[in-house]
Design a protein around this ligand. Structure first.
Ligand SMILES: NC(=O)c1ccc[n+]([C@@H]2O[C@H](COP(=O)([O-])OP(=O)(O)OC[C@H]3O[C@@H](n4cnc5c(N)ncnc54)[C@H](O)[C@@H]3O)[C@@H](O)[C@H]2O)c1
Length: 281
């Protein structure tokens, strides 16, 4: 197993660090002694997380960056300097059926959830490889392991994110670079991104808590893990593809996976993430 990246004294850059899981990971990393660099397209939230960390005695910088803007990413990476841990966390969802989603929403999902992985990772990987250490984290999703109704944009983008990580892992291993990769595939998390979703079997497939997921991601980075699926039983879902398609689809129905989005409401218009809720991890 590759070596983990020690968080104490490390520089940890988190995209989409202004709310939800990103914010929790930022707070948790700072508490573990990391210098945290928060990137978010939302300037106010980005600065709020930086101030929250500093107020607690931690070290943090905030940069307002749209990760889909290649040139902005390159320029911001120069300002950020070398990083030890890069967490590709920024993500969006349209949550509409294919014919109901706007062209713009579909394109945005692909740009934020897929294309930005290239721009941001390419901006930092060279530095990590030359120092022969570091971890690149890709926050994918359980929706990157099995497709879910009303998520054609999101699921496809997260399958791509999963594939991006797997190919990058192969490249880095082949080159013996000393840089680790970690892919994170959580089921739904209570961040507000998927407000209204319901789970049919809450004991088997629970809605996860932000803090719980953030803690596990930080532990996985430190331990040098390469894959984190939450809850672990979700790992079994893609293996069911070995069954005939009709049986697979029926099992997804029984598990309630395809009905989770029936009551999805998304975020209230004009908001990004929930108001910060407590100090967290
Ligand atoms: N919430 C869930 O149920 C769930 C489940 C599995 C995976 N995920 C993934 O976890 C990650 C975090 O999601 P979350 O639930 O915390 O959502 P969130 O909406 O609370 O946080 C996402 C953050 O990304 C930022 N962002 C969006 N577009 C951006 C851009 N172009 N440039 C920079 N920042 C941008 C937003 O401003 C926001 O602060 C996402 O990749 C998401 O797909 C979420």
């Amino acid at each position: 197993m590759p070596k983990g990246t020690r968080l104490s004294g490390a520089t940890v850059l988190i995209t989409g660090g202004g709310s939800g899981l990103g914010r929790r990971m930022a707070l948790g990393a700072a508490r573990r002694g990391s210098r945290v660099v928060i990137w978010d397209v939302d300037a106010e939230r980005c600065a709020a997380v930086r101030d929250e960390i500093r107020a607690a005695g931690g070290s943090a910088e905030a940069q307002t960056v749209d990760v889909t803007d290649r040139e902005a990413v390159k320029a911001a990476a120069v300002v950020a300097g070398p990083v030890d841990v890069l967490v590709n966390n920024a993500g969006v969802v349209s949550g509409r059926q294919l014919l109901d989603a706007t062209d713009e929403a579909i394109e945005r999902t692909m740009k934020v959830n897929v294309m930005a992985l290239y721009w941001v990772t390419r901006a930092f990987l060279g530095g990590m490889a030359s120092r022969r250490r570091g971890t690149v984290v890709t926050v994918a999703s359980a929706a990157g392991l099995v497709g879910v109704a009303r998520q054609t944009d999101y699921s496809a983008s997260k399958f791509a994110a999963f594939g991006f990580n797997e190919s990058l892992r192969a490249e880095l291993r082949a080159g013996k670079t000393g840089v680790n990769t970690l892919v994170v595939c959580p089921y739904y998390i209570d961040t507000g991104m998927f407000d209204g979703v319901r789970t049919r079997w809450p004991r088997l497939l629970p809605i996860l808590q932000e803090e719980q997921v953030a803690t596990k991601v930080l532990d996985a980075i430190a331990a040098g893990r390469r894959k984190l699926v939450l809850p672990p039983i979700v790992n079994l879902l893609p293996a069911l593809r070995i069954l005939p398609v009709g049986v697979f689809d029926r099992l997804m129905d029984v598990l309630g996976v395809n009905r989770t989005m029936d009551h999805f409401t998304g975020r209230p218009a004009g908001t990004r993430g929930r108001p910060p809720a407590g100090p967290g991890t």
